[in-house]
Design a protein around this ligand. Sequence first.
Ligand code: GTR
Length: 406
Amino acid sequence: MLLAGCAGLSQSPAHLEPAFWKGEPPDALVSRNGRKIDSAAAWMEIRRPELLHLFSTTVYGKPLPVPEGIEFRVLERDDNALGGKAIRIQGDILCKGIDQPNPFRLLLYLPKNAGGPVPVFLGLNFQGNHSTTFDPAVLIPEWNPKPRPRGNRADRYDLDLLLDAGYGLATIHTADIEPDRPDSWKTGVRRAYLADGVQKKDDPGTISTWAWGLSRGLDALLTIPEVDPDRVIVWGHSRLGKTSLWAAATDPRFAAAVSNDSGCGGASLTRHIVRDGKSETLRKIIEVFPHWFALNLSDYIDREEALPVDQHELLALVAPRPVYVASAESDVWADPEGEFLAAREASKVYRLFGRAGIPEEAPMPKLHEPVGEGIGYHIRAGEHSVHSFDWAAFVDFMNANLPPKK
Ligand code: GTR
């Protein structure tokens, strides 16, 4: 098995901590009953539904049902935002037939004078829409009792770079969908769906609920004529990178996905563990964030080898749509090598669709040298965050892999 042969791989100038394997990750191209998956059709008809089911029941919890529809209530539009270079739209998403504790507030920037519909990066934010930018016109919803300072997380966005490249950026605050707390299943939007107020072992966790919220964000974007409906890219950093991958896996309307530093439960292989407790494991993540996943996942604490899936198969669920995985050198907690190996192994599935992916025996790339076609990867210097280098690489990758439909 290719993957297991890779532990301790060290051709990279990036500083890699020694790791070990908790068993061999499953082969994405062999179904549970041993059938070899050798064509795109067999992937789509047999293996993809099987894996989607396994991730739903074992890892993230079954996706919430799709509401009858949404209403996107536009609150504000400025065609001369950011000193005249952007269109800014803000509005509330209301899901029909669902008792929402509050609407989901969407903030969208689009490049001006684009001459046609544009691709858009859609992602969640941790601290409120107003924290992603210093733009004083960004609304702070009345249901946010203790707003963080404006622009508090603006350093993680390079809006100028995106607008100049012809891309839009849309965001929703995680807490509008569901606060990041263990008791949110009782108080957040999820409660409307849980039978009898009891949490079953395959019910959705917070990541699944956020991913569902991203799909509602996509519903709203699809009502805006300036947005290219065929090029909405779901992206996320860290826990929100785990979420963006699951959103792309469950909602094929997302044209592409980006995971930045998503680590355990995201792009990194669960069976690949950095020694001396330096990377996050199932035990650590479930102890601190018991609400993120399906309750079933806790059955695999300290027995990762028994998991029916591993995270390369989550990346493969996005195929043949483009997916990009980014790591940061100092972010050992997220296990950059585990993220690279997942992307390289998922490439097998991309090759069924005629996309080259990352070659089978490719070593970890050097710092700041993106690799891959259809599925891409880079590692940059620095810490767990989102830098302009990352944004530039996301744009380059999407320009190459997600051209406008003719
Ligand atoms: C950490 C967690 C990671 C990652 C990160 C983040 O505490 O262990 O899995 O999600 O938070 O979201 O910033």
